[in-house]
Design a protein around this ligand. Structure first.
Ligand SMILES: *Cc1c(COP(=O)(O)O)cnc(C)c1O
Length: 223
């Protein structure tokens, strides 16, 4: 069997075990296999195994890799997890099923307009910059309420939850707890948090979508 499939199965077992030990979490999170930088030949074994959720961080790369295969496997779910430029929204709305990186008003309006044109509504996470880091995307926690109201109430975007990438080299627990409580306040049930290095912690803190790259796909050469 292909390595990535073995890796996925091992992680699923671990998650099942951890979830059954933890009384507060009832449902298993979705695992998004982050396939950025990997070629389709490395991804196909996971698709053949029946895996349904995949993540990419660049629109152009995602089109090249997924446009054809998605029309053959309509049940696949493709997640845009990287920074989304407004000039790529048209293609992003057309290809992706989820966007994890909504973080500004202009982008929200652009997504709204494209969704109207394409008669499509995708599932969206608002990305929150919890560490208030200049180099990271995401809206600041203090602006979340306003931004959420604009997106969900004025534009009727389908905001399903919040996403964060905690600062590197920090203990992520507090960040995950803050995101969970922010989502609870807005009655949002989904949380996109947890990557290869911190998914166990994210799981314990209520993550519903884990974005896992290297633990499934192996080491990336670039990006
Ligand atoms: C690349 C990437 C991931 C996956 O990273 P790993 O550490 O390989 O699991 C998750 N989320 C985002 C936003 C990414 O860009």
């Amino acid at each position: 069997m292909h390595n990535s499939v073995d890796n996925l199965i091992a992680i699923q077992k671990e998650i099942q075990l951890k979830t059954s030990e933890n009384k507060s979490s009832k449902n298993l999170p979705e695992i998004i296999a982050v396939s950025k930088t990997f070629m389709m030949e490395n991804i196909i074994p996971l698709i053949n195994h029946g895996h349904l959720h995949f993540g990419e961080n660049k629109v152009q790369e995602a089109i090249e890799k997924w446009e054809n295969i998605k029309s053959d496997f309509s049940h696949l779910n493709l997640h845009m997890i990287g920074k989304l430029q407004t000039n790529k929204v048209k293609h992003a709305v057309s290809l992706f099923d989820y966007i994890h990186s909504l973080d500004n008003f202009k982008l929200a309006e652009k997504i709204f307009n494209e969704q109207e044109k394409q008669n499509k509504k995708i599932k969206i996470f608002i990305q929150v910059n919890l560490g208030e880091e200049d180099q990271k995307s995401g809206i600041l926690l203090k602006n979340l309420n306003n931004f959420y109201t604009f997106c969900a109430k004025e534009l009727s975007l389908n905001i399903i939850g919040l996403m964060c990438i905690p600062p590197a080299n920090h203990e992520p627990t507090d960040y995950f707890k803050i995101l969970k409580s922010a989502a609870d306040k807005l009655s949002l049930k989904d949380l996109s948090m947890g990557m290869s290095s911190d998914f166990e912690t994210a799981l314990l803190n209520g993550s519903t979508y884990l974005r896992l790259g290297s633990v499934i796909m192996g080491k990336r050469n670039v990006n």
